[in-house]
Design a binder for this molecule. Structure first.
Ligand SMILES: *[C@@H]1O[C@H](CO)[C@@H](O)[C@H](O)[C@H]1NC(C)=O
Ligand SMILES: *[C@@H]1O[C@H](CO)[C@@H](O)[C@H](O)[C@H]1NC(C)=O
Ligand SMILES: *[C@@H]1O[C@H](CO)[C@@H](O)[C@H](O)[C@H]1NC(C)=O
Ligand SMILES: *[C@@H]1O[C@H](CO)[C@@H](O)[C@H](O)[C@H]1NC(C)=O
Ligand SMILES: *[C@@H]1O[C@H](CO)[C@@H](O)[C@H](O)[C@H]1NC(C)=O
Ligand SMILES: *[C@@H]1O[C@H](CO)[C@@H](O)[C@H](O)[C@H]1NC(C)=O
Length: 928
């Protein structure tokens, strides 16, 4: 939700790479810059019920920069009539446009279209300088050849009457969605609603336009629709008129937008209803906020209703610039989860070269804003997730640098899928930490004020931030962000910082490119990469973690990748580098360094902040996975978890890593006592004992569900479940059930028999089961280990009587994909039923996500072959980005399994875990 809001907020500043460079003009898909639009007057008549069709007319007011006799713009439409006038007569109130559009859609003109399209002589119009119009379907361009050259500096008016499609499959362009009737009686016909999705480049499917972000113009929209529907667009409603020939249809006209990119235009036609609230903008205006959804779902808007106004206020206050539009509407489309719907509807992503700038800022702000208004939602959790995601993906030799020229990418989509958000936000977090919060804030304020409604690029921002950091003396005058940032944005990957103690008491800091191939180094490209690395640092003698203390004490640079600096007075105290996860790098310490940190954690872990604890755990396990460190170091570092009251998100980082080791072992049938014992000990540390469990709330990670198939735990959970199912539970049990719903159901369905399964299956179909509960049960059913039940759950989507919603299918498939017993069936299922599922989801992005999810634990050569064959077959549909990601993930898994096997096939290093284990068991017994 906040991602959406912040994207909306930032959308008024559209960051673009200017189109005016020679290099880019070489691309056949980019428009020439001889002319640019000033204003669109757009009249749309989308017919979404019967014989869906869209009729439209647009007047585009353009200005001429260099002489030309051809106008090229985007259009995946069928032009019916095109004119170009040299006059600058202002158009009337669009009465004429409405009339002709109405005629085109409703007066049988459609039938004679073929004829219209023939080169029959037009009535003579001396003012019209258009000679002919050509549609280039490959480049999605409309080419208008003129009778004369355009005059530089003059304004012209292009008028196009056209037909376009209502998209019925994918949710792009102007599309329609059928509103499911959740009413059991099924009394009433299902109604369609219409909506637009123009980002990144689908506006051209709905109206002829200069459909690149850098071309900004004001847009006046008039849309015609059945009056039972309500129309909303970016701007407030202005006026309505009836259609001339169709009863009960109206034209709604909206206020003209500020100058903006075409992809930002949006429109929804629906019977949804809204909750209204508002907030006071820093410029004194009361800005109206409306949240639209189906009436029965109003209760789900509760959080949004409370938070949205505060988010907007906080954003404005932080940057010091008011939101520029008069109102904000947020729409949740039916059939979608709230979060997903909003993302689909409003996450305004601009997928050109510098787009990461906008998105990275938006994502970073999500953190800053959340932290201020709702710290209880846990911004640290998000930070850790982003860091883990970015660091994990950015070393797979497939990630493209943030600033990769868009022309070189096979598809625009490739540019901004998945991890790039995470990386961009993390990079900005780093910038904020080394220029300081004050410089960052005032820099952004200046940047947004200066470039509002204009095109800007990252260089502009770096220049301003450099000036601000000099003003606040946070960076020396010899440093410049344009130079510092180049290596972070123009190359993929990140450094590993090695921290060693020299015998003379100094500390040696060294950067090398991080690579998960460190063992058998193959990649000569990244091996030579280097960065400007800000090193923030503290030590056990005087631990400090404030914002100010996070400023770098020293920089490693491409020229000086290694240096010695003065150490703490006490050489036997710990050193910690990269405070509060601010730098985009991993850190490794010498053995004594790790040991001193582990000791501190055992002694008093809160001396080191939670974010740093999460980071230490993530770094140490990652370095162990790639064999830079032996697993004993991880084991020692997480020992403190056995007794500490630790934040769930920190614990879950450890759970994730140990789970990964376990999963690899399970899937690859690695049977090794040493490894098994080690994992057991790790588990005993990270799984809370009875005592702490009651106080904390844990995520539903599979590894928390009666770990290691502990019989006692399972029978406790089963009896709780039985009492609940039979309605004989006590109030204490009922509370337990409520607090541990996921855990209890998952365990009961994994270890239970036919009666538990039937109970769950029937519960998902009972009208009395509430929607959120039903979804939780479906998720828990994904825990089953029984082959037949897995098949039954997978086939649920085919049952006509169930009419399973896409969101439910998604929940089931995701849950099964994380279940080792079901993983391979679910992968096969998805591949086999690809066509069916594509139709079911109607959303290519969801399908791509799904494929990533069901393949991400594959770790054998056979699976790689199978998946590759499938990817090859679907190459065109999926695009190379996703193919590369999946293949790289599986390859990395295979490598890791090999490393695991290697490590534990020789017994030289063996340390006897059985002692530790007995100790731990004794401890937890005495606690019980
Ligand atoms: C086109 O835009 C220019 C600049 O805003 C304006 O002066 C002119 O009147 C406009 N022409 C039409 C036909 O709207
Ligand atoms: C950014 O824009 C400036 C002009 O505003 C230009 O000089 C510079 O080369 C651009 N930088 C990039 C990375 O496109
Ligand atoms: C990497 O090494 C290979 C083999 O030595 C060589 O052929 C290739 O050109 C190198 N790549 C780069 C980018 O240096
Ligand atoms: C990193 O940046 C420095 C200059 O700041 C440059 O000399 C070096 O080539 C860059 N390294 C890479 C791999 O881009
Ligand atoms: C642990 O460290 C924190 C932070 O320095 C301190 O507030 C707390 O009192 C310490 N706890 C103990 C038991 O020493
Ligand atoms: C009800 O309780 C009985 C006895 O404990 C048990 O066997 C049965 O499975 C329970 N019913 C359900 C639906 O769990």
């Amino acid at each position: 939700m906040t991602v959406l809001l912040i994207a909306v907020y930032f959308a008024r500043l559209v960051v673009t790479k200017s189109p005016h460079t020679d290099e880019e003009n070489l691309s056949p898909y980019r428009l020439p810059d001889a002319i640019s639009p000033v204003n669109y007057q757009l009249t749309l008549l989308p017919v979404i019920e019967d014989k869906p069709r869209l009729c439209g007319h647009v007047w585009i007011n353009v200005t001429v920069h260099s002489s030309t006799n051809v106008i090229i713009l985007h259009g995946q439409i069928l032009p019916v009539e095109t004119v170009v006038y040299a006059d600058s007569e202002p158009t009337d109130d669009n009465g004429a446009s409405r009339s002709v559009v109405e005629k085109l859609c409703f007066s049988g003109v459609l039938a004679t279209l073929e004829q219209l399209n023939d080169d029959e002589p037009k009535a003579r119009d001396d003012n019209d300088i258009a000679q002919s119009v050509h549609l280039n379907e490959d480049s999605e361009q409309l080419i208008i050849i003129l009778k004369e050259e355009l005059v530089v500096g003059a304004y012209y008016r292009i008028g196009i009457l056209y037909l376009a499609e209502i998209n019925d499959g994918d949710n792009i362009g102007f599309f329609r969605v059928q509103k499911k009737n959740e009413d059991v009686s099924n009394c009433c016909p299902q109604r369609w609603l219409g909506a637009t999705q123009f980002e990144p480049a689908h506006a051209r499917k709905v109206f002829p336009s200069f459909d690149e972000p850098a071309f900004k113009a004001t847009i006046g929209l008039t849309v015609g629709h059945d009056s039972v529907l309500k129309a909303i667009s970016n701007m407030p409603w202005k006026s309505s008129k009836s259609l001339e020939t169709v009863d009960d249809w109206v034209w709604d006209t909206f206020e003209t937008t500020p100058a903006m990119s075409t992809y930002l235009l949006a429109c929804v036609l629906s019977e949804l209803e809204y909750l209204e609230t508002s907030y006071l903008s820093i410029d004194g205006r009361n800005v109206s906020l409306r949240l639209w959804t189906e009436k029965p779902k109003f209760n789900q808007l509760d959080l949004a209703y409370r938070l949205v106004p505060r988010i907007m206020e906080t954003l404005e206050n932080y940057i010091g610039i008011p939101y520029s539009l008069p109102k904000l509407d947020m729409v949740s489309l039916p059939g979608y989860d709230l979060a997903r719907a909003m993302e689909n509807w409003g996450l305004i992503v601009q997928r050109w070269s510098d787009i990461w700038l906008n998105e990275g800022l938006a994502t970073l702000f999500e953190g800053i804003v959340l932290n201020r208004i709702a710290p209880e939602l846990g911004v640290d959790v998000i930070t850790v997730l982003f860091f883990q995601q970015a660091l994990f993906h950015d070393n797979m030799n497939i990630s493209v640098p943030l600033n990769y020229p868009v022309e070189l990418l096979p598809t625009i989509e490739h540019k901004f899928d998945g991890f790039a958000y995470a990386k961009a936000s993390v990079i900005f977090r780093m910038v904020r930490s080394f220029v300081g919060d004050e410089a960052f804030r005032s820099g952004l304020n200046r940047y947004f004020n200066k470039f509002q409604f204009k095109a800007a690029n990252s260089t502009d921002l770096w220049i301003i931030l450099t000036q601000e950091s000099r003003r606040t003396s946070t960076m020396s005058s010899r440093k410049h962000l344009t130079r510092i940032m180049k290596n972070w944005t123009d190359q993929s990957g990140y450094p590993l910082i090695q921290v060693d103690r020299n015998p003379d008491g100094t500390i040696q800091l060294t950067q090398t490119p991080y690579s998960d191939l460190n063992m058998h180094s193959l990649d000569n490209v990244t091996e030579t990469a280097s960065w400007w690395v800000p090193i923030s640092m503290t030590n056990g003698g005087d631990p400090k973690f404030s914002l100010k203390d996070r400023l770098p004490v020293v920089w490693l640079t491409p020229k000086v990748p290694s240096m010695a600096i003065e150490g703490p007075n006490d050489s036997n105290t710990w050193i910690l580098v990269n405070l509060e996860y601010s730098g985009y790098y991993r850190v490794n310490y010498d053995p004594l360094g790790w040991e001193l940190l582990s000791e501190q954690l055992v002694r008093n872990h809160t001396v080191i902040p939670a974010l740093n604890r999460a980071q230490l755990i993530d770094d140490v396990f990652t370095l162990c996975h790639i064999k830079i460190l032996p697993y004993e170091v991880s084991l020692r570092l997480i020992e403190y978890l056995a007794h500490a009251e630790e934040e769930p998100f920190v614990r879950s980082v450890a759970v994730g890593h140990v789970g990964r080791i376990q999963q690899m072992m399970e899937m690859q049938h690695i049977n090794n006592d040493y490894l098994t014992n080690m994992v057991k000990v790790m588990m005993s540390y990270i799984v809370p004992s009875q005592k702490t469990e009651s106080r904390n709330f844990y995520s539903t990670d599979i590894d928390f569900r009666c770990l290691s198939e502990d019989d006692q735990c399972v029978s406790r959970v089963l009896s709780l479940f039985h009492d609940f199912a039979n309605g004989t539970e006590t109030s204490a049990q009922s509370r337990l059930m409520k607090n541990h719903f996921d855990h209890v159901w998952c365990t009961a369905l994994r270890h239970g028999g036919k009666s538990e399964w039937s109970y769950a299956w029937n519960s998902t179909r009972a009208p009395s089961t509430k929607l959120p509960e039903k979804r939780k049960i479906l998720k828990a059913m994904g825990c089953t280990a029984d082959v037949n039940r897995i098949q039954q759950l997978l086939s649920r989507v085919f049952l006509p009587s169930t009419s399973q919603q896409p969101i439910e299918t998604s929940i089931i498939l995701h849950s099964l994909a994380e279940n080792p017993s079901a993983r391979s069936s679910v992968m096969t299922f998805v591949m086999k039923n690809w066509a069916f599922l594509s139709k079911h989801f109607r959303n290519p992005a969801l399908m791509r996500d799904l494929l990533v999810v069901v393949t991400r634990h594959s770790s054998s050569i056979a699976e790689l072959r199978k998946v590759s064959a499938f990817l090859e077959q679907k190459a065109k549909e999926l695009g190379p980005g996703i193919t590369d990601l999946i293949v790289a993930t599986i390859s990395s898994n295979i490598r890791q399994v090999e490393l695991l096997k290697l490590d534990f096939s020789y017994q030289g290093l063996i340390h006897d875990f059985s002692n530790d284990l007995t100790q731990v068991e004794q401890i937890s017994l005495s606690e019980n």
